[in-house]
Design a protein around this ligand. Structure first.
Ligand SMILES: Cc1ncc(COP(=O)(O)O)c(C=O)c1O
Length: 406
């Protein structure tokens, strides 16, 4: 696409273009941060309003049964599972990604009692590494990205990786890494925070053991939305959770003294489900209704390819370095650009109506969510970046003041 008109023409024949109507996006804003916080689906306010007024307000405690509150973690888990290649009853929506990592790492270690090493890569998301560091009787071993496949050996209990790197957008080959883990007798745990809703994932087809992920990024579940976890059916009956709360009990309303795990995935619940947050996530998942993940992937690659091509053409190469792999099979749905003044540059860009984010020390991240991002947005975003590079407005002092969230 060589002109803005080409981009408008691509939008006009894009089969996903009508999906943009499913979101309530502020006028005049180009939102390229759905990899951090998905925007508000149009259906969310009405669904929440109903949950508050009719379910909570009118039907009160009866709603646990009448409106299926008690089974929301499983019903939404099955809906989410359909987006990540998981057959029914293998995904449950609950807690945060961090807490779910803890539960699953602990479970994996108890399934490999002769081993105590969790293998991950140096660049993995900090919470994944911190949770592994907090485990008792386990040791976190870190490898470089390039050295990781060779670091999988018979001492490893569980390999823990994030499928799409939060900094660079680099994508692991799930199938081959999972197989390498299994060949060494290890288990695998994938963090799908930057994959779920962004690209096709085939957990069952890749024979994955465990997975976790966020609800608030590409799944549009709202700030702090509940997370999810996956356990392959073949492992569920042998898995034990370290957080053996009453909601994961076989019969919570018998109020017995002794803990007995619920059959299947439900044993991974701990406390009372966060119903309003689950309803918001339900609306987020509904934004994928009728959409094939392959179509999402096709458009995501086209958008990110256009962005990289235009950035290379319009931004001075000595100051801006694209760190995301160019090869399609090696990248997720975001593009990251290294720049010496990345934080300030992003602040100037946000002020100009293009929202991405910054990751320390020098990366600007741009997420491409095909349900609402247009080709013309990509064109306009790069135009505005080129203008800021040209007039050097990002050097102004006010853009350098760091806020709590970057
Ligand atoms: C790869 C990855 N894992 C986990 C998290 C966050 O986990 P939590 O929802 O527990 O804050 C993020 C947040 O950006 C992430 O990128």
């Amino acid at each position: 696409m060589d002109t803005r008109e080409d981009c408008l023409a691509a939008d006009a024949c894009d089969p996903l273009a009508p999906c943009r109507e499913r979101f309530s996006l502020p006028e005049g804003v180009i939102y390229l941060d759905g990899n951090s916080l998905g925007p508000l689906p149009r259906a969310t306010p009405a669904l929440l309003n109903r949950a508050v007024k009719e379910e909570w307000g009118r039907d009160l405690i009866g709603s646990w049964n009448k409106h299926g509150w008690i089974s929301l973690p499983e019903t939404l888990g099955d809906r989410l599972g359909a987006l990540i290649g998981a057959g029914p009853r293998q995904v449950i929506v609950t807690d945060s990604t961090s807490v779910n990592l803890y539960k699953l790492l602990h479970a994996a270690l108890t399934l490999r009692p002769q081993r105590r090493i969790v293998l991950s890569e140096e660049g993995n998301f900090p919470t994944d590494l911190y949770i592994a560091q907090g485990l008792e009787n386990a040791e976190l071993r870190l490898s470089s990205r390039a050295g990781l496949p060779a670091a999988i050996d018979e001492s490893i209990a569980v390999v823990m990786l994030t499928q799409v790197d939060y900094r660079t957008g680099a994508l692991w080959d799930m199938k081959s890494i999972t197989k390498a883990a299994h060949d060494a007798g290890a288990l695998i745990l994938w963090d799908l925070s930057h994959s779920a809703g962004a690209l096709p994932v085939d957990l069952d087809g890749c024979d994955v053991d465990f997975a976790v992920g966020c609800g608030y990024k590409y799944l549009n579940g709202g700030p702090g939305a509940p997370a999810f976890l996956y356990i392959a059916k073949r492992l569920q009956e042998s898995v034990r959770t370290p957080l053996s709360g009453w909601m994961g009990h076989a019969a919570p309303f018998d109020f017995g003294t002794a803990y007995a795990p619920a059959p299947g995935i439900r044993r991974m619940l701990c406390g009372t489900p966060s119903v309003l947050a689950l309803r918001a996530l339900e609306a987020g998942l509904a934004s994928f209704a009728g959409i094939d993940m392959a179509a999402i992937r096709r458009k995501s690659l086209a958008l990110s390819d256009l962005f990289m091509t235009l950035a290379e053409q319009r931004l001075p190469g000595d100051a801006f370095e694209i760190v995301t792999p160019r090869e399609e099979r090696r990248r997720g749905s975001q593009v990251s650009i290294r720049h010496g003044g990345a934080y300030a540059f992003m602040q100037a860009l946000i002020e100009d109506g293009v929202i991405g984010d910054f990751r320390s020390p020098d990366l600007m991240r741009f997420g491409f969510a095909p349900l609402y991002t247009r080709f013309v947005d990509v064109w306009d975003a790069v135009e505005r970046m080129a203008a800021i590079a040209e007039d050097e407005r990002w050097r102004q002092k006010r853009y350098h003041r760091r806020q709590a969230v970057t």
